[in-house]
Design a protein. Structure first.
Length: 280
């Protein structure tokens, strides 16, 4: 874990309200693993921006830089969307436990809902480097909200898309698409990120077919290092901390809906008003 002043070298709005930032940090880029996250100070450390915001590491330029992908949903992400090239951000990372795979894994399925592509593109690139064959399934409400489809199509053996309005790919949810195709694909492991209800249904399908399933979950977060105990997640082994024990958990270990705190999207919690903003 490092605390650095990371210069912004690239900023792109890849979809309305969705931004990709590239930040210089040899330390973080060298040690980051797929599924880990960084904790970013989104403005001056005053009463308005006292708490950092967590963002999945989207991809890395080894030994030089890393990227984050985020959607503007509150004052923190709105402030972050206004940064300029050469601005320096105060960043702590890499944090948390990421996705796991072993040399025995020969086939995988990466499954994302909406902004759930954020940690999975990093994983897709690493699996490709290690010659692991994988499929990808991306879901969104509409075609304009389908993120990184071309990137996954370039890397995966086959990439599937699902839109709830039928504007692109499968007409329906990505969970419905999974249920239609899982018996044909038969991956050894499923890696997933997205809304909690989606992750629950994916985990249940995976368990029905005897497939290992690793899910990246989201929770409101304060310290990011396991000190404040504010990001608890209920598992069959007791309460765990999303920032320290996760954010990646085995799907079969989670007590879905069993946490004593409400689970919120990483970028969907307005820390200033304590209200849920428009996430997803």
């Amino acid at each position: 874990m490092f605390q650095v002043k990371a210069d912004v070298i690239s900023k792109e709005e890849i979809s309305p309200g969705v931004f990709n930032l590239t930040l210089i940090s040899p330390e973080i880029s060298r040690s980051a693993r797929p599924g880990q996250f960084v904790h970013v100070l989104c403005g001056d450390q005053n009463d308005r921006f006292l708490l950092r915001r967590p963002f999945s590491i989207h991809r890395v330029v080894p030994g030089r830089a890393f990227e984050i992908l985020f959607q503007v949903v509150g004052s923190g992400t709105d402030e972050l969307s206004r940064v300029k090239i050469h601005d320096a951000l105060d960043v702590i990372g890499p944090l948390g436990n990421g996705f796991k795979y072993s040399p025995e894994i020969k086939s995988a399925l990466l499954l994302a809902g909406g902004l759930g592509v954020a940690p999975l593109l990093f994983l897709a690139e690493e699996l490709t480097e290690n010659h692991v064959m994988f499929y990808a399934m991306l879901g969104a409400k509409t075609k304009t909200e389908l993120l990184r489809y071309i990137d996954f199509k370039r890397l995966a053996k086959k990439t599937f898309a699902a839109t709830e309005d039928g504007s692109f790919g499968h007409d329906g949810t990505v969970v419905a698409l999974l249920n239609r195709t899982v018996h044909q694909l038969r991956p050894q492991v499923i890696y997933a990120c997205g809304p909690e209800k989606m992750l629950q249904k994916i985990s249940e399908t995976a368990e029905d077919f005897g497939i290992d399933c690793q899910v990246s979950v989201e929770a409101k977060m304060a310290c990011g290092i396991g000190a404040c105990l504010g990001c608890t997640y209920a598992t069959k082994r007791g309460f765990r901390l999303t920032c320290k024990d996760g954010p990646v958990f085995n799907g079969r270990d989670i007590m879905w809906g069993g946490s004593d705190v409400e689970q919120l999207p990483l970028d969907g919690y307005d820390y200033e008003t304590a209200e849920i903003t428009d996430s997803d």
